[in-house]
Write a protein that binds this ligand. Structure first.
Ligand SMILES: NC(=O)c1ccc[n+]([C@@H]2O[C@H](COP(=O)([O-])OP(=O)(O)OC[C@H]3O[C@@H](n4cnc5c(N)ncnc54)[C@H](O)[C@@H]3O)[C@@H](O)[C@H]2O)c1
Length: 253
């Protein structure tokens, strides 16, 4: 007999970079499964569309918080307010991320720093802020958005590749530290997913990437959201320290 229980009923989930693309899709999937959501992005206005979409589903209204993931104080304020409101934090999705592509020999320190601070340090800061709470609860799921580029590297993306490889190493290390407290930490490594981030690439680049994908199509945000839902749900309660590629077979271990 199929159960009517929603997979994230009673769970509190924080999602960074939830205003568009993959983060927005994860928010919609989690809302449909009954999660209480804390959605963050750099501006509140950018979160209004996803908030309306979730309300239209008849799901619980999300708590919106303006937050730059480089700002440790704001992250602390957001976790404090989440705890005041919901009394617990079950899931953190570190999705916020940027690219600033360029050839390595011409890469400016500013572009290096901005990508590493947003993608890698931002993930570290958010994980650190929720970890103590999750350890006390003896329950928590942390999902970090890496990339296949963090596994194989990419010409023109040395900063991005380093940040995503760093996220993978961070994921495995923290999974080892927190496993005994039932705080599970995993990463998703998407391949090419059709979002505003990748729409900026030239047709020529997109066509050459397409040739490297065995299934012959680009991914959709929903393809990543479904894997995030698995990692957030009780279906993955014996899974930690893993990197799940969602890439149509582009990178095989
Ligand atoms: N699209 C892809 O093909 C692809 C592939 C591999 C990995 N990823 C990763 O998935 C994640 C989401 O990508 P996307 O394609 O949806 O990108 P996107 O550019 O559409 O969305 C990124 C989100 O992050 C937010 N963000 C950026 N900097 C921030 C900051 N300093 N503080 C808070 N929020 C910030 C943006 O506002 C936006 O909501 C990123 O981490 C990206 O690196 C994407």
């Amino acid at each position: 007999m199929p159960s009517n229980t929603k997979r994230l009923e009673g769970k509190v989930a924080i999602i960074t970079g939830a205003s568009r693309g993959i983060g927005k899709e994860i928010a919609v999937y989690f809302a449909k499964e009954g999660a209480s959501l804390v959605l963050t992005a750099r501006s509140l206005e950018s979160l209004e569309a996803v908030s309306k979409e979730i309300a239209a589903l008849g799901s619980q209204e999300p708590f919106l918080f303006a937050l730059d993931v480089k700002n440790a104080e704001k992250i602390q304020e957001m976790t404090d307010k989440t705890l005041d409101k919901y009394k617990r934090i079950d899931i953190l999705v570190n999705n916020a991320g940027i690219t600033k592509d360029g050839l390595f020999v011409r890469m400016s320190e500013a572009d290096w720093d901005e990508v590493l601070e947003t993608n890698l340090k931002g993930t570290f800061l958010c994980m650190r802020a929720v970890s103590k709470i999750m350890m006390k609860q003896r329950h928590g799921k942390i999902i970090n958005m890496a990339s296949v580029i963090g596994l194989i590297g990419n010409a023109g993306q040395a900063n991005y590749a380093a940040s995503k490889a760093g996220i993978i190493a961070l994921t495995k290390s923290v999974a080892k530290e927190l496993g005994s407290r039932n705080v599970l930490v995993n990463a998703i490594a998407p391949g090419f997913i059709d979002t505003e981030m990748t729409q900026a690439l030239s047709e020529e680049t997109k066509n050459s990437i397409l040739k490297t994908i065995p299934v012959g199509v680009f991914g959709k945000p929903a393809d990543v959201a479904k894997v995030a839902l698995y990692l957030a749900s009780d279906d993955s309660n014996f899974v930690t320290g893993q990197v799940i590629t969602v890439d149509g077979g582009m990178v095989m271990a």
